[in-house]
Design a protein around this ligand. Sequence first.
Ligand SMILES: Cc1cc2nc3c(=O)[nH]c(=O)nc-3n(C[C@H](O)[C@H](O)[C@H](O)COP(=O)(O)OP(=O)(O)OC[C@H]3O[C@@H](n4cnc5c(N)ncnc54)[C@H](O)[C@@H]3O)c2cc1C
Length: 400
Amino acid sequence: MEVAVIGGGAAGFFAAISAAHHHPHATITIHEKTDKLLRKVRISGGGRCNVTHHQLENRKLAKHYPRGERFLRKAFERFAVKDTIAWFETQGVALKVEPDGRMFPTTDDSKTITTALLGAAEKAGVRIALHSSVSRIERDLPHGGYVIHHGPQRSVVDRVIVTTGGHPKASGYSWLAELGHTVVPPAPSLFTFNLPNDPIRELMGVAVPAKVRIGTNAGMLGPVLITHWGLSGPAVLRLSAWEARQLQEVGYRCTVHVNWLGERGEEEARAAFTEHDMDRKHAQNADPFDLPDRLWCHQLQKAGIALEKPWGEVGKRDRNRLIDRLINDRFEMEGKTTYKEEFVTAGGIALEEVDPRTMQSRLHRGLYFAGEILDIDGVTGGFNFQAAWTTGHIAGRLEG
Ligand SMILES: Cc1cc2nc3c(=O)[nH]c(=O)nc-3n(C[C@H](O)[C@H](O)[C@H](O)COP(=O)(O)OP(=O)(O)OC[C@H]3O[C@@H](n4cnc5c(N)ncnc54)[C@H](O)[C@@H]3O)c2cc1C
């Protein structure tokens, strides 16, 4: 049996290795359009590769995917985090868990992961074709397989696994649309918010647990980092993922609301000042919320309160203004910035047309999809690679 895996990234390697394992007599070739294999794995997680996330409950794991939750719930029944950990262990790679659940190789070096994948593929006899850009796949009806067009060449194969990753433009998927598959239009996910005209940027480096929201959504609770261009940090990245499509629709221009006190509302904020008896303190020292000093003073100034003024002399109107600034601060987002540690594309092959238990196309037997080419994307933290390992491993079984 001849198997073509199109794309030499995380999903492509996992699919090819799995295919070799499940079908020892098959000839498996990875077609990679560039001269670099596993490029994203190499640069991922700031060079450390955040391989997966320590979430062993599949239902909870699936909740980290703004697109693909239901589909992955079924797929995780077949291959999930504990399988990833075990697989890397069999390759001699130990993974460690960081306090926030992210898992990295103990070496803190993505090279450990690329070496393991390249080694496993070589050992399994997987062939590699570099500079092999696939531009078309055709059904080869009498034979029941496929003809793949790569550069000036054509190859006739029995099975095809497409793992070409995300593409920023819909045109990047047209060769798959030609097969009759529906492509959900791409939208970038995992980015930070630009606030080019806001003085908050002077507080660059300040990090606070806060709640961020846009429009009427419930908002994201978590660390928010102020940068020299705007807002970043896990809560902002998560929000960018959940609202990827809506933000694309408004051209990344909208009002961002931040509650610097997290979940606390007006009543609780008001009560905190009374509980802590702040009246004799200068306003700049009267923070009952333990916010970073620079942020507290910035908010006082924004509310028009002099830093040296005794808190007891701050009038009701000023206090109200300050509380509003603390629990419902507003910023005008104007554009986005790519988060260098991890970014992905939402959109891709519509999940209704793929069987989550096999990754086989529901339109064409013997055609499989895995990785970011599918309309699946996760928040940051190792979830995107986990989706690639899961879907790649399942696709490589070549079932259905
Ligand atoms: C900077 C950065 C850091 C990241 N860090 C993390 C992280 O730490 N943890 C995490 O979970 N996720 C991370 N991600 C996301 C993760 O890298 C992707 O979700 C994952 O790589 C997707 O794997 P894939 O194999 O589906 O696609 P890709 O890795 O994109 O691989 C697709 C491959 O297919 C090739 N290809 C494309 N078209 C063709 C064609 N027509 N013919 C032949 N070959 C083709 C491409 O050249 C590429 O090599 C990061 C992403 C980026 C950009």
